[in-house]
Design a protein around this ligand. Structure first.
Ligand SMILES: NC(=O)c1ccc[n+]([C@@H]2O[C@H](COP(=O)([O-])OP(=O)(O)OC[C@H]3O[C@@H](n4cnc5c(N)ncnc54)[C@H](OP(=O)(O)O)[C@@H]3O)[C@@H](O)[C@H]2O)c1
Length: 274
């Protein structure tokens, strides 16, 4: 860690979706680097168990905030809770997110709205509310502040049978790249992390399987790529995780849109329907 350029020691990092998968990975890595944490998700018991583990392992001070980020006032409540506790956030990891699997025709419209509320609205509102804190932290203490938004390789092309998910992640990618440009002089590290399928609860929640797309990434692989990017003096706005995933995502920008759409559409057909 001696060569680390991102050093959040003594600052506070807020992680959404810290109760499982990649969120737990970010919590461990940020705790190890000396940040205090704010852990947000719905499953309170999991967040509390993680807070105890991090305190024992790294001496981390964690604040647990159980919250459903899809509700209308969730972000407003979260931000006023932070203000009451006098917490200034130096790093924000917008990680909470989920996917649905199936055709638009068969989808549950309420669940699709929840997906947009979490993957897009909560991420945007929280970024907007905390950006002044992030930028101020970056200017007062260089190399301590970051905005990490979880996009996906699904952001690089339309995804039949995950149409809403692909669209939400395309939004996250575009929004984060634009924001990284706007804040480039501030010292804030802004990055969209784009993993391919990873071994978390994600596919269980989406009620599909990841095995048709090859070996999933481990949480450690996603963390290594994320923090290698943050440790660069100029953090890239887009981080594709995994060589194969990077090639496929880049290819999606080169081949005709129609051909890419057909290839992804065929890949996403459930086994029983092939
Ligand atoms: N795993 C993959 O293959 C993959 C690939 C590319 C990108 N991603 C992205 O990576 C991020 C993390 O996903 P993961 O793979 O770690 O999946 P995961 O294990 O299912 O974790 C998702 C997290 O989001 C939280 N969450 C879900 N709904 C929420 C809500 N309404 N309010 C607050 N928190 C909520 C969950 O906590 P609670 O259920 O306790 O609320 C959980 O902590 C997501 O944005 C996902 O789109 C994942």
């Amino acid at each position: 860690m001696a060569s680390a350029v991102y050093n959040p020691i003594g600052t506070t990092a807020l992680i959404t979706g810290a109760s499982s998968g990649l969120g737990v990975g970010y919590a461990h890595e940020l705790a190890q680097r000396g940040a205090d944490l704010v852990l947000v998700a719905r499953r309170q018991a999991r967040l509390e168990a993680l807070a105890v583990e991090l305190a024992e392992k790294y001496g981390t001070v964690s604040t647990v905030i159980p919250l459903d980020l899809t509700t209308t006032d969730a972000v407003t409540e979260l931000v006023s809770d932070l203000r009451e506790r006098a917490v200034t956030v130096g790093t924000l990891v917008n990680n909470a997110g989920f996917a649905t699997f199936g055709t638009v025709l068969d989808s549950d419209e309420a669940r699709e709205r929840e997906q947009i509320a979490l993957n897009v609205h909560a991420l945007t509102a929280l970024t907007h509310a905390l950006l002044p804190d992030l930028v101020e932290t970056a200017s007062l203490h260089p190399h301590t502040a970051a905005l990490v938004n979880l996009a996906s390789t699904a952001a690089f092309q339309p995804v039949p049978r995950m149409a809403v998910y692909g669209a939400t992640k395309a939004y996250v990618l575009s929004y984060t790249e634009a924001l990284s440009y706007e804040t480039r002089a501030s010292g804030l590290k802004v990055t969209a992390i784009c993993p391919g399928p990873a071994d978390t609860e994600f596919f269980e929640v989406a009620q599909t399987r990841s095995d048709k797309k090859g070996t999933p990434l481990t949480v450690d692989e996603v963390m290594r790529a994320s923090f290698a990017a943050l440790d660069r003096s100029v953090t890239p706005a887009v981080v594709l995780v995994g060589t194969r995933n990077a090639l496929l995502a880049r290819a999606a920008g080169i081949f005709p849109r129609r051909a890419v759409l057909g290839a992804v559409g065929r890949l996403n057909v459930p086994r029983r329907a092939r």
